[in-house]
Design a protein around this ligand. Structure first.
Ligand SMILES: C[S@@+](CC[C@H](N)C(=O)[O-])C[C@H]1O[C@@H](n2cnc3c(N)ncnc32)[C@H](O)[C@@H]1O
Length: 457
């Protein structure tokens, strides 16, 4: 396979914010003139207002000036409009004073985008990506990485209080500092690109159905960028291109099989694979097209190690791995405990798990929904590991775990809001939270992953 060299990457380091300047461009950097709306941003989305004022006027609401005092789930800073309504402000940072353009109006709150910084946060940096603010994949590249980590951990504390109704002191003590990456760039092992009829490859512009060409993605792995470079302007007969790479195995899954455009020179790229392998902590996994796998291999190894440590601590005999995917946790746990039961509803992930767990005689694979299969399951589990999608788990699943013999629950969550909701049910049912460890699986984006350990009192 010919692997063309990567084009030089844009500067990976954040550049500090220049204090003497006032207006924002799409990368969160300052420019001396006030440009508004800034030309490098996508055209402002029309205000989808449910409010009487904007509806009657049928025109965008005027921009507002406001202090940003907080940071919310979704990666947006929070301020208050003159009428007291909360305003969620994209591309702002707590502590700043900004001018914000209203993008949506709701009866109780407004949504807005910062277009001018009147007083900058010391944590504001120039986003290195030339597409930042346009493609929408990253929401917080304009914030220094250490501050991103601090703010995301604060979001978890905030959600515990607002949604889980935990006390502020409790939330502060339970949530540990977020585990960040030493090099928080080029981590994504899976990117789904949009392909235009003429072979151009890119993403959809933030908040629109408009295509934008991308020649490099700073959060995608080098290998993904190499494949983007090799296929850019050269493919046809597809609207999407999914690229998944094994960081440790060098294997690829490029779907669908690339149809090369006639007359455009191209190297040789193997594509159309239906599965590939990745390894975590030395354990190999087969992953097929429709199956979920963690997109950040380096941080996934830390996540798996955390889960393993929490399980080992209580020396269980039987562990249920619910929402097991291709067997990510089970393949590591099977070597350590007497019996592992996996529960997974995806048939594709189930087929992968058959290969990934096939060597173990102490693993039982249950195909089906957790809510249907977990209640009353035998053998009775000592520990339950749960790793649900963002929606979290049904109350009936919490109840089934409360009714089981499980003395420990290890809850891997990718949504602090549903995590807070579910933790309240566990705590009311007699479990105590040991700790909540946020792990930065998605640097520069709004997304927050947490590993929570709970024990039966
Ligand atoms: C966040 S992924 C975690 C997968 C795995 N633990 C890992 O780390 O690779 C969630 C998994 O739960 C599965 N899933 C979603 N809803 C489910 C349900 N109600 N019952 C069983 N599995 C479900 C999905 O197919 C997916 O494989």
């Amino acid at each position: 396979m010919v692997r063309p060299p990567l084009p030089p990457l844009a500067a990976r380091r954040h550049r500090p914010y220049h204090r003497g300047m006032t207006s924002l461009d799409a990368r969160g950097s300052l420019s001396p003139e006030v440009v508004w709306p800034t030309p490098s941003r996508p055209d402002p989305a029309p205000v989808r207002s449910t409010g009487k004022r904007a509806r009657e006027a049928n025109r965008p609401l005027p921009p507002i000036e406001l202090e940003l005092t907080g940071f919310a789930a979704g990666g947006r800073a929070v301020g208050h409009a003159e009428d007291g309504r909360v305003v969620f402000v994209e591309y702002g940072i707590p502590g700043e004073r900004v001018v914000a353009e209203i993008t949506d109006e709701h009866p109780g709150y407004l949504e807005a985008t910062a277009v001018q910084v009147l007083r900058a946060s010391e944590h504001r940096v120039e986003a290195p990506c030339r597409y930042f603010g346009k493609c929408g994949g990253c929401q917080v590249q304009h914030i220094a990485y250490d501050e991103q980590l601090r703010l995301k951990a604060e979001v978890v504390r905030d959600q515990l209080q607002r949604i889980g109704k935990f006390e502020a002191d409790e939330a502060r003590d339970l949530v540990l500092p977020m585990l960040g990456m030493d090099d928080p760039w080029h981590y994504r092992n899976h990117v789904r690109f949009t392909v235009r009829r003429d072979g151009e490859i890119g993403f959809m512009q933030r908040g629109t159905h408009r295509f934008m060409r991308i020649d490099e993605c700073l959060i995608a792995s080098d290998r993904v960028n190499e494949i983007l470079d090799a296929t850019q302007d050269r493919t046809m007969q597809t609207r999407q291109l999914s690229v998944r790479v094994g960081e440790h195995t060098d294997e690829l899954m490029v779907q669908p099989k690339v149809q090369w455009r006639t007359g455009r020179a191209h190297g040789k790229l193997e594509s159309g694979q239906s599965s590939y392998h990745e390894s975590l902590l030395g354990t190999s996994y087969r992953i097929s097209g429709p199956a979920f796998f963690q997109v950040n291999t380096r941080q996934a190894e830390r996540l798996v190690a955390l889960v393993l440590d929490h399980v080992r601590e209580v020396s269980p005999r039987v562990v249920i791995d619910a929402y097991a995917g291709v067997g990510t946790f089970a393949a590591q746990l099977a070597a350590e405990v007497e019996h592992v039961v996996t529960i997974e509803e995806s048939a594709a992930a189930g087929v992968d798990a058959l290969e990934n767990l096939g060597a173990f005689t102490n693993v039982t694979r249950v195909m089906g929904k957790v809510e249907d299969t977990l209640p009353g399951m035998t053998p009775a589990p000592d520990v339950v590991v749960i790793d649900p999608p963002r929606a979290g788990i049904y109350a009936s699943v919490v109840q089934a775990i409360l009714d089981s013999a499980a003395k420990r629950v290890v809850y891997v969550s990718c949504d602090p809001g549903t995590l807070a909701r579910d933790l309240r049910l566990f705590v009311d049912g007699g479990f105590t939270i040991g700790s909540i460890q946020p792990v930065d699986m998605f640097p520069h984006t709004q997304h927050i992953e947490c590993v929570t350990v709970l024990d039966r009192e």
